[in-house]
Write a protein that binds this ligand. Structure first.
Ligand code: MGD
Ligand code: MGD
Ligand code: MO
Length: 766
């Protein structure tokens, strides 16, 4: 038995560094090196045979969907391999041979595990059986499935009100699991369904719903072949959506242009060597970005306003720059928008944006004559106070150009988790929806609550104030992913019960409620059978295609259950047969879930058959230019204000981003190869001029400090790295820097934490 130490809630702060090595940032993404790194990770975690078996089936029609990002598969997947370096790493991480079993938990106390870095915790491996941490104990102990369900049911029953329970979802769950989970939560009596998208693309969902009537993107993969211009804003596809580079490459080969708007010149956006093509392997690869606007953090609206102003001036002269027929027929608010945009002074917009007038003009020249425009974006636009307005400003451009509902044009919020969009589509939503409730009543015979519930930031506060007492997570690593790590950890630790349905060990298991239960589940790559018959489930990709996924690898342990089985088990123990829904049967029979899903949401009619092969597209009103649900039946122009950060002389804006070697809070390794940073995660990227101003040298150690509402938050001991980043801006990795982001600083309307524009100062450590 290990000695008791104080439990730690994050991996930040140690004075020990891991041995940093710096190289020049890469000038291209992928290439043969990516293949080598992918295979190295795979072999190390899974061994050679399992690697080849797993990788051969990933993203193939009869195989399983990559557990990494949500980028769609091409209609005709390549015969050899349809995965990227980071997809291979995601698979390796899930299918690792390392195990976290009862001996592991007997050996290491929760206190001891909590001292480890996220990297070390994650590398411990796959959880093999249900475990419980009882009140006052410091070691998890085994518990059988039935007892675990009974324990959870007992706690749920002891609540004064269903709203005292919180049910989080991360975006890895299947449609079947997410739908059943949502049905159970509503039958239990609450809408407390915070979801990882609250921290992610919620700003996109809100902005797109308000302007276009659907919270999802409108483009299809083949639109990239036909686009004349693709704008990539606040996104790092080389690392986070590597297969998107093939789509950009195709766009270029067909004569299109790519504009990137980003404070960093990310490698994948510069040049791409497609490892699946001979020329990508042997030659220099292809240049991807035609124009890069190195915008200052959160000044995208300023850049967009200059572009819009200049296009407007040109349109006044020439009359044919905007699509006036489209504007008249499909949009609302044009005149007010023109009046709004004319109020802004171009020179001050340019000064604020940090981009040169000439570079913006290049974009204007390109856009002037084009109308097949796609705008892609990710966290660089959504995770700001004005995240919703950032996206609305992009929609304005597409409306002016009539770049919606036609080939080669549209909105493309590039999603994160592999089924985050599907989870939302099938009912993981914290708002009450009377139509959905009515359909549930018809299908299942119970009344869902009419009141909405907590999202991520609201649920943290509710736990902290002890208004909520049970926290259940279907996947994810809540304490590390959410902002304000210390506050969030306090909140979770105040709970009577925390439940994690997980594949791998993570920090959320150590920052536990008074009682804590871990329920180990099958990963997406694993063979899922019942009574000798293989089961499949369905997922939805970033472009609204629903298709099947079927695992094939041997499960990490014989004692794992699928997510639907676990939800069915908990619901069955809670309702004890006194409910119109036969929960156990639903948990075991995914076909039954799909039938009910198709009855409740008519879009899924025929799901069983239609999900075969390449699957099917869900309805998308933007694709048919149907805006009937919006005011006046029209798509909406919007008037968006400029962000105002009121920075003092010594204050910076910090963006908390992903390295090349992580999937959110899962740390694959310690290298950020494309940015030339090896073997260390506690770094901060800074402009050389700012270093001179603050008298800082390369590899000096600093604390990063935020101060909101007179409360100081500190991330300790980070190494200074001179980098090509705008002055006044800093970049560092999440989750190490989440301690700095106050839980109550988030985007207007979407409540997405301001992870990309945290006001901070640096303090040199001697
Ligand atoms: N390998 C891998 N793949 C992933 C993930 C992963 O962690 N690893 N995570 C998945 C998830 S859940 C998500 S949501 C996506 C995330 O995908 P991304 O959004 O690409 O991820 P981030 O690292 O947060 O990168 C944000 C990018 O925005 C830029 N940026 C920051 N602030 C601004 C700004 O104010 N304006 C502009 N224009 N740019 C800005 C940064 O320089 C960076 O290039 O990736 C998904 N795929
Ligand atoms: N500062 C800062 N914070 C951020 C962000 C940022 O850019 N900056 N990004 C935000 C974003 S975009 C997101 S999406 C969130 C991510 O938040 P989460 O989704 O909560 O976090 P992940 O790290 O993706 O969760 C990883 C864990 O999920 C579990 N898991 C993996 N696969 C499965 C599965 O198939 N089933 C189940 N049940 N469990 C599984 C494993 O136990 C693993 O440890 O973080 C957010 N936090
Ligand atoms: Mo995300």
């Amino acid at each position: 038995m290990s000695t008791i130490k104080k439990r730690k809630v994050s991996s930040e702060g140690s004075k020990e560094f891991t041995g940093i090595k710096l190289k020049a940032p890469a000038t291209y993404a992928a290439g043969l090196k990516a293949v080598k790194v992918a295979l190295d990770h795979a072999f190390k975690e899974m061994g050679v045979t399992k690697s080849f078996k797993g990788l051969a089936q990933m993203n193939q029609k009869e195989g399983f969907d990559c557990p990494g990002c949500a980028w769609p598969d091409p209609e005709k997947p390549s015969k050899v391999a349809e995965y990227c370096e980071n997809g291979a790493k995601a698979l390796a991480e899930e299918a690792t041979n390392e195990k976290v079993d009862r001996d592991f938990f007997a050996k290491y106390s929760v206190e001891e595990i909590s001292q480890w870095t996220d990297y070390k915790i994650g590398k411990s491996g796959r959880i093999t059986e249900p475990m419980i941490l009882r009140p006052g104990k410091i070691h998890y102990e085994p518990i059988n499935w039935n007892e675990a369900y009974q324990e959870i049911a007992k706690h749920l029953k002891a609540l004064d009100h269903p709203d005292e329970a919180i049910f989080y979802t991360s975006g890895r769950s299947s449609n079947e699991a997410a739908f059943l989970y949502g049905v159970f939560i509503r039958a239990f009596g609450t809408h407390n369904m915070p979801d990882c998208s609250n921290m992610c693309h919620e700003s996109s969902g809100v902005a797109l719903s308000e302007t276009l009537g659907i919270g999802k993107g409108s483009v299809k993969l083949e639109d990239f072949d036909k686009a004349e211009v693709v704008m990539v804003m606040g996104q790092n596809p080389g690392t986070n959506h590597p297969r998107m580079l093939s789509a950009l490459q195709k766009c270029k080969e067909n004569g299109g242009s790519v504009i990137s708007i980003n404070p960093l010149a990310e490698a994948g956006l510069i040049r791409f060597k497609n490892p699946q093509e001979i020329k990508g392997v042997l030659q220099g690869g292809e240049a991807i970005t035609d124009i890069h606007l190195q915008v200052k953090i959160n000044q995208d609206i300023a850049v967009m306003k200059v572009i819009l102003k200049r296009l407007l001036a040109l349109d006044k002269l020439k009359k044919n720059v905007f699509d006036h027929d489209f504007i008249a027929k499909y949009t609302d608010g044009y005149d007010a928008f023109v009046e709004h945009i004319e109020q802004f002074n171009e020179d001050s917009l340019i000064a604020q944006s940090g981009v040169s007038s000439d570079d913006i003009q290049k974009v204007v020249n390109l856009l002037e004559k084009k109308d097949k425009i796609i705008i892609c974006w990710a966290m660089g636009l959504t995770q700001h106070k004005n995240g919703v307005e950032n996206i609305k400003e992009c929609v304005n451009l597409l409306l002016l150009k009539g770049s919606l509902g036609k080939e080669g044009a549209g909105t493309c919020p590039v999603r994160g988790h592999s089924n985050v969009q599907g989870d939302r589509s099938v009912g993981i939503v914290h708002h009450a929806n009377p139509v959905f409730n009515e359909a549930l009543k018809k299908e299942f015979g119970f009344e869902a609550p009419t009141k909405g519930g907590y999202d991520v930031v609201e649920c943290i506060e509710a736990m902290h104030k002890e208004k909520a007492k049970i926290f259940m997570a279907l996947g994810g690593n809540f304490v590390s992913a959410a902002s304000d790590t210390t506050y969030t950890a306090e909140a979770l630790q105040k709970c009577d019960l925390t439940i994690n349905v997980s594949t791998k060990l993570n920090r959320n298991h150590t920052v536990a409620g008074k009682t804590s239960i871990i329920l180990p589940t099958l990963g997406r790559s694993e063979f899922d059978e019942r009574d000798g018959k293989q089961r499949f489930f369905t997922v939805e990709n970033s472009m609204g295609v629903v298709h099947r996924s079927k695992g094939l690898l041997k499960p990490a342990s014989g004692n794992l259950k699928s997510e639907p089985e676990i939800i069915g088990g908990i619901a069955d123990a809670y309702f004890k047969g006194k409910h119109p829904v036969n929960w156990k049967a639903y948990g075991e029979n995914y076909e039954m879930i799909r039938t009910s899903l198709a009855n409740v949401l008519t879009d899924y009619k025929g799901l069983e058959e239609k999900s075969k092969g390449s699957g099917f597209y869900l309805r998308n009103n933007v694709r048919n230019l149907d805006f009937s649900k919006l005011p006046n039946g029209k798509a909406q122009f919007s008037n968006n204000s400029l962000p105002n950060h009121n920075l003092n002389k010594d204050e910076f804006l910090l963006m908390t981003i992903r390295s090349h070697d992580q999937f959110n809070t899962t740390i694959y390794g310690l290298d950020d190869r494309y940015r030339g940073i090896y073997n260390e995660r506690r770094i901060v990227l800074i402009n050389k001029k700012d270093m001179e101003r603050l008298n800082l040298k390369k590899l000096d150690v600093v604390h990063i400090i935020s101060n909101y509402d007179h409360k100081e938050r500190k991330a300790l001991n980070f190494l200074i790295i001179p980098y090509n980043i705008p002055q006044g801006n800093l970049a560092s990795y999440f989750p190490e820097t989440n301690v700095l982001i106050p839980y109550n600083q988030f985007a207007d309307k979407s409540n997405t934490p301001i992870s990309k524009s945290v006001k901070v100062t640096l303090e040199k450590v001697n």
